[in-house]
Structures are given as C-alpha cells and as structure tokens.
Design a protein around this ligand. Structure first.
Ligand SMILES: Cc1ncc(C[n+]2csc(CCOP(=O)(O)OP(=O)(O)O)c2C)c(N)n1
Ligand SMILES: [Mg+2]
Length: 324
C-alpha cells in the first residue's frame, strides 16, 4: 500500500523533538531486550514486539492528559512505556520475577498499569476496543472530562464488537480515540485477504458518523498532531475519532514467526520509513547518538535488575492486586 509521507510543517522545538526521539528509542531498546531474553530462553511463552511501530504509541499517548485511559493490544509494550510504565517491572513481569508489573500473572501480552492510565493490553483481538469504549462510556456518564484511547490492529476491524462499540460511541458521542495500527498484516495473512474496503479502513467509521483520518503512522509528529486534534474534539464533547495509522512491524507477528511471507522489497521500503531515523535526521548526529545510547543503557540496566530479582511466588496467582 502506497503512503505519502506527511510532513505537516508542524513547528516543534528541538527539546520536543529530542523528547519524542528518546521516547521512541526507549521502546526500541526495550523490545531489543525482550528479544534477547526470548532468544536466550529466559522469557517463556511468546511475545509480540512493536519494533517499527514506536511512533503510533508515542504519538497517541503524548496527546493524552493525566486522567485519560488507554487500552492496547498484546503488541502493547510501546504504549505502556509511552504512558510511563516502569521498564524494570515490565521485564520482571515477563521473566516471572518478583515485583512484575502485574505480579507476574500477566506476562508479555497482558500488561495492566492503572497508575499510568493503562487499563489493559489484550490478547483477544479487538478486546482493547471494548475496554476503552467502556472507559469512554464511564467518562460520559460521570462527566469527569476524561478521554479514552484504544489501540488495535487492522485485523480487529472485522470483529463484531468493533462495530458494536463504534455504533455505541457514535450514538452517544463518546469521548474516545480509536487508534487503528494498520501494519498490513494480521498474523501472517495480508490485510487484503481478510478485509473488504482495505484501501481505507477509516471508511468504516463513516458508517457510524465518526470522524476519521488516515495518518502516516511512522511519522511521530503527524500521529501526535492527529491524536491531539482527536483528543481535543473528544474533550469538547464532539465525540469519537477513528485514526488509521499506517505502519509496519519490523519483525514477524510473534517471536515464533520469522515473517518470511513478506516480500523483501516491502520490508526494505518500510525499513526506509523507520520512525526513529526520521526524527534523528532532524537532530544533530551527536545528540541522536547520545539519546540512543542513553535509552539502550537504561533498558540494559532494567533487564539486568529484573534478572537479579527472585522468582515470583506462585502463590500470587491466587491473590489480587499488584504483588511485590
Ligand atoms: C478474537 C481473536 N481471534 C483470533 C485471535 C488470534 N490472533 C492473534 S493476533 C491475530 C492477528 C491480529 O492482527 P491485527 O489486529 O492486525 O494486529 P497486529 O498483530 O498486526 O498488530 C489473530 C488473528 C485472537 N487472539 N483473538
Ligand atoms: Mg495488523
């Protein structure tokens, strides 16, 4: 699918650019750590990396306020970090260590961090849509002024509850941002093989009277700008927005998937649109390198510290609340 790079001519000062770059570099470095832990056999089960999709997480989360709520997918490590979740506690979670962010009950796919506005990451495709729509309904009923955001993949737009939720949000003008991360694949199936109207998924929002925008999801400034407008619209009581964020995952669906079904030219094209170098190019080489090194060091330290923790007590499974 061809996309045009949207350079919106947004004025951003250098400090802002550095902050956004660092936020994305942290996610990249965190996921590299997850990959290493998986490859060494320390991290059991599976894990879904968001490497390549950092701009969607950072751009949307940056537009939200302190009382807003976010629901994300099993590919949600980036959203958690962008919201402020603790990297060491996340690694501890994935490694089954004491003090894991969900008491080592959830693992890689199911991060929840209410302190940082993350009401859940969901293994059920589209589960985030239901949770965030519920949060938006609560916001409307209590008139607390908060906004909800749901991250979900292109594969979720065929789920029945996607339609039920958008209908409800449309009817009640709920304060919600639907952030569809269109990375062209659902597992190893190309979008066009499963989805009608693939040229513009955002068109599905039209049916429910919901405003929509197609955005270059690898341009953090474009994502943040579109998300900011959507959040402001929601806060003004003007209802939901559907953002179709065009992006690409650098790796396969999960760690057991090498992604060989993707044409090499397609992968190459999207690597050229990598969201990190695009922001680095707006910074000095020296500053970009420094921020990158700082992010790597932080995540290396977090992984080491998580490794040094004792294994979680299996008894926490039967308890509620954050353990450790
Ligand atoms: C309800 C449901 N059906 C099927 C699955 C199996 N499954 C897991 S991920 C996935 C693909 C989802 O693709 P997409 O929504 O595009 O998200 P992406 O992984 O590309 O970020 C499927 C079908 C599931 N987890 N939940
Ligand atoms: Mg997808």
């Amino acid at each position: 699918m061809a996309i045009e790079t949207t350079r919106l001519g947004i004025d951003v000062d250098r400090t802002e650019l550095e902050r956004l770059y660092f936020a994305m570099a942290r996610i990249r470095a965190f996921e590299d750590g997850v990959m290493r832990a998986f490859q060494s056999g320390e991290l059991r089960g599976t894990t879904h990396l968001c490497t390549g999709q950092e701009a969607t997480a950072v751009g949307v989360c940056d537009a939200l306020g302190p009382n807003d709520a976010v629901a994300a997918t099993y590919r949600g490590h980036g959203a958690a970090l962008a919201l402020g979740s603790d990297a060491e506690a996340m690694y501890a979670e994935f490694l089954g260590r004491e003090g894991g962010i969900c008491g080592a009950r959830g693992g890689s796919m199911n991060v929840i961090d209410l302190q940082h506005r993350l009401i859940g990451c969901f293994g059920i495709v589209g589960g985030s849509i239901g949770a965030a729509t519920g949060a938006a309904l609560a916001a409307e009923l209590t008139a607390d002024g908060s906004v909800a955001a749901a991250f979900f993949g292109d594969g979720a737009v065929n789920q029945a509850y996607f339609h039920e939720c958008l209908n409800l949000a449309g009817i009640r003008s709920l304060p919600i941002v639907y952030a569809c991360e269109n990375n062209l694949y659902g597992e190893w199936t190309p979008l066009a093989a499963t989805t009608a109207g693939v040229e513009r998924l955002a068109a599905r929002a039209d049916a429910y009277g919901i405003a929509s925008e197609v955005v270059d999801g690898n341009d953090v400034l474009a994502v943040r700008s579109a998300a900011t407008s959507a959040v402001e619209r929601a806060r003004r009581g003007e209802g939901p927005t559907f953002l179709e964020l065009l992006t690409y995952r650098h790796y396969g669906h999960s760690r057991s998937d090498p992604g060989h079904y993707r044409p090499p030219e397609e992968v190459e094209l999207w690597l050229e649109r990598d969201p990190l170098p695009r922001v680095a190019a707006m910074l000095s080489e020296e500053v970009a390198a420094l921020l990158h090194a700082r992010a790597v060091q932080e995540m290396d330290d977090a992984l080491e510290a998580a490794r040094a923790r004792p294994p979680a007590d299996p008894g926490v499974v039967a308890t509620s609340g954050r353990a450790g």
